[in-house]
Design a protein around this ligand. Structure first.
Ligand SMILES: Nc1ncnc2c1ncn2[C@@H]1O[C@H](COP(=O)(O)OS(=O)(=O)O)[C@@H](OP(=O)(O)O)[C@H]1O
Length: 303
């Protein structure tokens, strides 16, 4: 399951986050759990934020796992606050290995969710090498709201980042958008999709609307269930609208009789962005959105 970050729900599985970090372009900041890394080379990551959770057990296991699986040498004193080196030469496709997937019984489906795959250049070829028949689910949301959401998320972790405006524009006077800002690039969905279509037919890809996931979660999940060939088990009766949260929530969490909403990092209030800036972003994304609608045969109504 792919996404464009800040579009849907659920936590990243740490092992998959490691894979995402691994696949990131050099120099691109990447989250690994709560830790923010910059990839410096194919086998080296540098921790750029301080976080207590980096040292937690599950993060360590990932590094141990990497050690065992691909012969990665880990600087152990403080594995996650030091560089992580690898003695492995060559590509590491191991992270797209069926062996790393949880075991499933006949009739069960193995799913994996890493939003950044959608925008990772190497992901389509590697996933296709692992399984040509994989079904791909992409959750997309208005790229303008997405970039603001992305900014909100970063701001919550690093309150000292530059203003939204200064990151958005290369030249504020001419309105030139800074496409080197990854948060802007992620929303150019048509470009990313082109990359996937070189390896997967459109029939194997389902596009879920991030907006409808909020206004009609059961309807969107109905499409997902159909796409996966599952009986429609999840329906309207599983959701209720939580006024405090301002979002749909589950009436009962899995394995519990209590209602469940997504965590407080999902559905945060966005900062106010000047309408002119929003307008300029709309203009910027419009042609790419049109192309995306054409390619997918779906009008997401973002204009
Ligand atoms: N039911 C429900 N409850 C809360 N939030 C919901 C829900 N459905 C969709 N959303 C929207 O999901 C956005 C977060 O997307 P992701 O989970 O993909 O973000 S992440 O990048 O994986 O952290 C999150 O973005 P923000 O509103 O910017 O926080 C929400 O708008």
């Amino acid at each position: 399951m792919l996404g464009a970050n800040r579009v849907s729900s659920a936590c990243l599985k740490n092992a998959r986050v490691f894979a995402a970090a691994y696949l990131a372009a050099d120099g691109q900041p990447q989250h690994m759990g709560d830790c923010l890394f910059v990839k410096q080379s194919q086998h080296m990551f540098r921790l750029v934020n301080n976080c207590e959770t980096c040292n937690r057990k599950d993060s360590k296991i990932i590094f141990e796992h990497a050690k065992v699986t691909v012969g990665t040498r880990v600087c152990t004193e403080n594995a996650l606050s030091e560089h992580v080196h690898s003695s492995l030469v060559g590509q590491v496709e191991y992270f797209y290995s069926m062996e790393l997937m949880p075991r499933t019984l006949d009739g069960q489906i193995t799913m994996e969710k890493t939003p950044s795959y959608f925008v990772t250049k190497e992901a389509p070829s590697r996933i296709s090498a692992m399984s040509k028949d994989a079904k791909l689910i992409v959750v997309v949301r208005d790229p303008v709201t997405r970039v603001i959401s992305d900014y909100t998320q970063t701001l919550s972790k690093r309150p000292d980042i530059p203003t939204f405006e200064s990151l958005t524009f290369k030249n504020r006077t001419t309105g030139l958008i800074d496409i080197s800002w990854s948060a802007i690039q992620i929303g150019i969905y048509a470009k990313h999709l082109e990359n996937w279509l070189q390896y997967f037919p459109m029939s194997q890809i389902l596009f879920v609307s991030g907006e409808r996931l909020i206004t009609d979660p059961a309807g969107e999940l109905g499409r997902v269930q159909d796409f996966l060939g599952l009986k429609r088990i999840i329906t309207d009766k599983h959701f209720y609208f939580n006024k405090t949260k301002g979002f749909p929530c589950l009436k009962k969490a899995e394995g519990s009789s209590k209602p469940h909403c997504l965590g407080k990092t999902k559905g945060r209030t966005h900062p106010n962005i000047h309408p002119e800036v929003v307008q300029r972003l709309r203009e910027f994304y419009r042609p790419f959105n049109m192309k995306f609608y054409q390619m997918t045969g779906q009008d997401f109504g973002w204009d």
